[in-house]
Design a protein around this ligand. Structure first.
Ligand code: NDP
Ligand code: 8X3
Length: 252
């Protein structure tokens, strides 16, 4: 029988790259995101690997929508082997005294509450089967705090704590809980952070070779492919040209 993975946020970036890799590995996939056109195009593309794909369009910030959508999936799709909590974002880069409340709420509601909402619905299915693997996409921002990163860093520190907490709670059921903490990955992340300012976003990745979504996806695939008795608890992955959240070797 094929394995099933649920990946949130597959309409771009890391989630999209991972969906492609797992489709290649013959996982049946539940894929999510808010942009319906992209989601449907991804589903069509992934099905070409001869797998089953269930696209679910919902906003992880909205518990009612998340609960209604996930609870209505057919019974056979509930046997989820791998849940990847990937959907997330940074919005803005301001000192705390100039913070924009709406940006703060978007980050906290997506990165922390959205991750919790999805996990709250899916984890009981794993507990019932005493089987599964939850992988949270954290960040170097969950290990360090950098200037003006305040609320994004806090949201990813919360993911770091939740990963540890989930691992303890899932222990009696043999469910693995992992997280990966990437440094700079060139995706739509900076475009979202800078609210569509493409020039400012492009500057983030200038003068060095950043990670790609595929680089991170390969590392996640490694975590998944480890034997069932092996859990990669935490992995920090950076471009070779990055030493910590603020230190890059750039050749401009
Ligand atoms: P992208 O912006 O390319 O992708 C983000 C994905 O999340 C999209 O598919 C988006 O889909 C989805 N998403 C965002 N908000 C919501 C929401 N409210 N409901 C449902 N889906 C949502 O960024 P990345 O691929 O880089 O980001 C993926 C994860 O990796 C995030 O958690 C990010 O914090 C983390 N990360 C990124 C790093 C980087 O440098 N890029 C480094 C470290 C961690 P849609 O808009 O269609 O809803
Ligand atoms: C994204 C990495 O350091 O730009 O999580 O915030 S960082």
């Amino acid at each position: 029988m094929k394995k099933i993975a649920l990946i949130t946020g597959v309409t771009s970036g890391i989630g999209q790259a991972l969906a492609r890799l797992l489709a290649h590995d013959q996982y049946d996939l539940i894929i999510t995101g808010r942009r319906a056109d992209r989601l449907s195009a991804m589903a069509d593309e992934l099905k070409q690997h001869g797998i089953q794909v269930l696209p679910l369009c919902f906003d992880v910030r909205n518990y009612e929508e998340t609960e209604r959508t996930l609870s209505s999936i057919p019974e056979q799709w509930r046997a989820i082997d791998v849940l990847v909590n990937n959907a997330g974002l940074a919005v803005g880069l301001n000192p705390i005294q100039e913070g924009v409340l709406e940006d703060w709420e978007r980050m906290i509601n997506t990165n922390v509450k959205g991750l919790l909402y999805v996990t709250r619905i899916v984890s009981p299915w794993m507990v019932a089967r005493k089987q599964g693997h939850i992988i949270n996409i954290c960040s170097i921002a969950g290990k360090e705090v950098y200037p003006n990163g305040n609320v994004y860093c806090a949201s990813k520190h919360a993911v770091d704590a939740l990963t540890k907490g989930m691992r303890q709670d899932m222990l009696p059921y043999g469910i693995r809980v992992s997280q990966i903490c990437p440094g700079a990955v060139e995706t739509e992340f900076s475009e979202v952070r800078f609210k569509g300012d493409q020039q400012r976003a492009a500057n983030v990745y200038k003068g060095y070779e950043p990670l790609t979504g595929e680089d991170v996806a390969h590392a996640i695939r490694f975590m998944i492919q480890c034997p069932a008795h092996v859990c990669i608890n935490d992995m920090v992955i950076m471009p070779t040209a990055q030493a910590n959240s603020g230190l890059f070797f750039k050749q401009l």
